[in-house]
Design a binder for this molecule. Sequence first.
Ligand SMILES: NC(=O)c1ccc[n+]([C@@H]2O[C@H](COP(=O)([O-])OP(=O)(O)OC[C@H]3O[C@@H](n4cnc5c(N)ncnc54)[C@H](O)[C@@H]3O)[C@@H](O)[C@H]2O)c1
Length: 331
Amino acid sequence: MFSYKSPVDISKMTFLVTGGAGFIGSNLAEFLLVNNAREVRILDNFSTGYRENLAGFEKYKNFRLIEGDITNPEDCSLACDGADYVLHQAALGSVPRSIKDPVASNNVNVNGFLNMLQASVQHHVKRFVYASSSSVYGNDKTMPKTEMKTGELLSPYAVTKKANELYADVFAKTYGLEVIGLRYFNVFGPKQNINGPYAAVIPIFINELLSARSPSIFGDGTTTRDFTFVENVIQANLLAALTENKEAVNQIYNIAYGGTTSLNALFTKIAESVGSDIKPNYQPERKGDIKDSFADISKAKEKLGFKPTIEINKGLEITVSWYKAQLAKNG
Ligand SMILES: NC(=O)c1ccc[n+]([C@@H]2O[C@H](COP(=O)([O-])OP(=O)(O)OC[C@H]3O[C@@H](n4cnc5c(N)ncnc54)[C@H](O)[C@@H]3O)[C@@H](O)[C@H]2O)c1
């Protein structure tokens, strides 16, 4: 359950969460359901999302699942019809996936994004909040990362997220659509996918250690990230959708905790939390990965009133318990 509560009454508001069967989207949709939104719609094609992530949602009368594809304009139009706010999470995540198949990543992340912008204009959506990514900082060495300064992009995935920001900005200028982009920094929490080659580092470490296997660390473990618990990301989405500060709109924000943790330190924390003495298995660095990433979140604090409440250790505790419970349930 969530420790964060909606700052305002949302019982007269309809939200569309694209990618709502995925990790972040399903947590976001659940939060909106628990906080009594008038209607919470999910648009998802279950390509990387899971029906299990929606378990229990059917008990809410205000929940609606639209099984569809953002690369299909008609599905986008149907989903946006009558929506007040769009929280756009649907995308093909993962840098390595985009290196393997850049065309697929572009099709979903850019063409699908454009369809969603167009449907939002067509149906007079009040605001379009979308997931960008810290990958847009590329090879910029500035630390911490500030929104104005990005470097050369290092992967097709980063290109798709940068393209999202450019299109959103142009839609705001050209069609008057209110947009807010959230550059997420390494989000983690319950319901994050543990399977397949494109899983993220925290669920992989937890799952491998709970299964008594040695997880891989790419590089020497000194790579750093600003790991961000999912509930902080939910807060950012709510604030972005509902802020009445007009100066805060048509902007891009770093969304993170605002801390830095190396992969070695992360591994130690998770191993302690799991109660494991297994050592990591070091592998060569991967192409496209940023070496260090640490967010300056002062812009989101000032303009949106963003105040991340759950720091990494607490977030890991909640996440490890959730995966332990899942493992016990599924045998
Ligand atoms: N998890 C992170 O650390 C992180 C960091 C930066 C940015 N992001 C961004 O946040 C968003 C959510 O990420 P996530 O980690 O929850 O990923 P996820 O893969 O768990 O969720 C993405 C969801 O989008 C759905 N989807 C994919 N293609 C679709 C399509 N064509 N039509 C409809 N639905 C489609 C998937 O089925 C899935 O349910 C993505 O835009 C991602 O790029 C995530």
